[in-house]
Design a protein around this ligand. Structure first.
Ligand SMILES: C[S@@+](CC[C@H](N)C(=O)[O-])C[C@H]1O[C@@H](n2cnc3c(N)ncnc32)[C@H](O)[C@@H]1O
Length: 215
């Protein structure tokens, strides 16, 4: 099923400077820790899907032994992710490739962990993207896909800092309204994926572990 396409205008350089190195910087180590604790995956191959300039990938690499590949449709993000991995001294374990969620450039059953923050809302075909995530996960591999700010406190801090940017919060609310948990639960059901959609004050995450027997 194809979703209505949201027009996505994204200035990767501005996002990198203003958000990732500025207002959002504090959320990535928190989210990385939450992902590692929830999935228990701390080594092997990880994809940060729609990883943008790669800050979640960098923090995951710092907090674990994972080898992380940022995969993003935007070429500019790939260059920025490589720059950021160098800047943070994790270039040996954080790489970046261009690719779309709907057609992942990875082999079947090859990845231990797929993470994705703030990207699925913009995928042209979310269901196809989730099917692709399931395809590339190895048996017992985990997916942690959605969006959020780590904790309710961090979200409140960011909302206060962005109080003059009403458009940002309005668009965020609109995305949440268009993508309620039931919307993703129905997709998981259609795909035969046994997963949960966790909606809390700090975000919404689709979490699943691939069954140990190959389908
Ligand atoms: C709001 S940014 C989030 C970046 C990063 N994950 C973060 O949390 O800082 C959304 C990202 O998703 C990427 N994106 C959008 N549609 C995509 C798709 N179909 N496949 C892969 N990446 C996509 C965009 O290029 C952009 O880098």
């Amino acid at each position: 099923m194809r979703q209505e396409k949201e027009r996505y205008t994204f200035n990767a350089t501005e996002f990198n400077e203003k958000m990732m190195k500025g207002q959002f910087k504090k959320i990535y180590p928190v989210i990385a820790r939450q992902i590692l604790e929830r999935t228990g995956i701390t080594s092997g191959r990880c994809i940060d899907l729609g990883g943008g300039p790669g800050m979640l990938a960098v923090e995951l690499a710092k907090a674990s032994a994972l080898k992380v590949t940022v995969c993003d449709v935007t070429f500019e993000c790939i260059a920025l992710a490589k720059e950021n991995s160098l800047e943070h001294g994790v270039e040996e374990r954080v790489s970046a490739v261009q690719g779309a969620a709907e057609k992942l450039p990875f082999d079947d059953n090859s990845i231990d962990l797929v993470v994705s923050r703030g990207s699925i809302f913009f995928w042209e075909d979310q269901q196809q993207g989730l099917a692709e995530v399931f395809r590339v996960l190895r048996p017992s591999g985990w997916a942690y896909i959605g969006g959020g700010f780590g904790t309710a406190e961090l979200l409140q801090e960011i909302l206060a800092e962005k109080a003059d940017d009403l458009k940002w919060d309005r668009e965020r609310q609109e995305r949440l309204a268009k993508n309620p948990p039931g919307h993703f639960e129905a997709m998981l059901l259609k795909l035969g994926i046994d997963g949960i959609v966790q909606r809390g004050e700090a975000g919404m995450w689709i979490i699943f572990k691939k069954s140990t027997t190959l389908l």
